[in-house]
Design a protein around this ligand. Structure first.
Ligand code: IPM
Ligand code: MG
Length: 355
């Protein structure tokens, strides 16, 4: 089992170190190789996704990824910005299926900005299409407008597009996932306005006929954003496009009280995957030893489950994390009165001990 370890920027190095520590404590044999990515790679090699890093990722079974980005790169030309590394990995590895669970841990109910009764027991799985939509659609760019409200003016444009096979395969991923859960899928679209998403809705409906045991409903994205804060527990599996999934997954993550707890997986058709916490590089707390490593540790568990076929070890890690929370240990992002505040390394050590 070969794992590419790409810590990246900001808190990335601190949190990935804890996940690696946990992986080493399992009775499994891994080959792990670390490489630079994001701003760190740009500083060292002039590119956020150097050839060597991409090659390592491609020849590994899985990528354990920290986070990329820092304000100091915001003025770089787009192709050199840290975010291009993650977009490049998604594109080059064909990681079209993004799993973003939003689970509210019993002990953290109070950390949510919503009323406890709305989120206690929350367990949503957002499945975001990750290699299509307006994120990757061509053409895009800047030009002089030839029509529109201001012909002759400077304008910018992106292209929202989905092909039939792209929608079919992500729909199947969602229906299959739902079969292992409560057999419900909500497909989120904007079919009332966008051609692309009427097409999306039609195809998801078609594919849904192959899964008569799974209940399918459709929701417009604006309503979905509202329902997520009104009655989040009504959702189970949510499937949507790249851009809507980007936005809704942040919203769903925050419902749970801490984005610092949520892992994610991005898979291609051969189950090669990239695993990363749902949160970002948090440059404001980088190097201070206070970042929450649990989302990354839980991402390592997802990696064991989906790409490395080690379900038992995945569950061991998840159980250890729950134990540590039950012991009352909290990094500052999930701290509440009556619990014990710990730093990044102490949290990692506690998970090790619980293992
Ligand atoms: C995410 C992030 C990325 C995205 C950025 C960093 C390119 O927000 O993984 O959700 O927009 O997909
Ligand atoms: Mg995002």
């Amino acid at each position: 089992m070969k794992i590419a370890v790409l810590p990246g920027d900001g808190i990335g190095t601190e949190i990935v170190a804890e996940a690696v520590k946990v992986l080493h404590a399992l009775d499994l044999k891994f080959e792990m190789e670390t490489a630079l990515v994001g701003g760190a790679a740009y500083d060292a090699h002039g590119h956020p996704l150097p050839e060597a890093t991409l090659k390592l990722a491609k020849e590994s079974d899985a990528v354990l990824f920290g986070a990329v980005g820092d304000w100091k790169y915001d003025t770089l030309e787009r192709q050199f910005r840290p975010e291009q590394a993650i977009l490049g990995l998604r594109k080059n590895l064909g990681l079209f299926a993004n799993f973003r669970p939003a689970i509210c841990y019993e002990q953290l109910v109070a950390a949510s900005s919503l009323k406890p009764e709305l989120i206690a027991g929350l367990d949503i799985l957002i499945i975001r299409e990750l290699t299509g939509d307006i994120y990757f659609g061509q053409p895009r760019g800047r030009r002089t407008a030839v029509d529109g409200h201001f012909p002759g003016a400077e304008e910018a444009f992106d292209t929202m597009r989905y092909s039939r096979p792209e929608v079919e395969r992500i729909a199947r991923v969602a229906f299959e996932a739902a079969r292992k859960r409560s057999k419900r899928v909500t497909s989120v679209d904007k079919a009332n306005v966008l051609e692309t998403f009427q097409f999306w809705k039609d195809i998801v409906t078609e594919v849904g006929k192959e899964y008569p045991d799974v209940e399918l409903d459709h929701m417009y994205v604006d309503n979905a954003a509202m329902q997520l804060v009104k009655a989040p527990k009504k959702f189970d599996v949510v499937v949507t496009g790249n851009m809507f999934g980007d936005i809704l997954s942040d919203e769903a993550a925050m419902l749970t009280g801490s984005i610092g707890m949520l892992p994610s997986a991005s898979l291609n058709s051969s189950n090669q995957g990239l695993y990363e916490p749902s949160h970002g590089s948090a440059p404001d707390i980088a190097g201070k030893g206070v970042a929450n490593p649990l989302a990354t540790i839980l991402s390592a568990a997802m990696m064991l489950r989906y790409s490395l076929n080690q379900e038992e070890s995945a569950q061991r890690i998840e159980t250890a994390v729950k134990k540590v929370l039950a012991q009352g240990l909290r990094t500052p992002d999930i701290y509440s009165e009556g619990t014990t505040k710990v730093g990044t390394v102490a949290m990692g050590d506690a998970v090790l001990k619980a293992l």
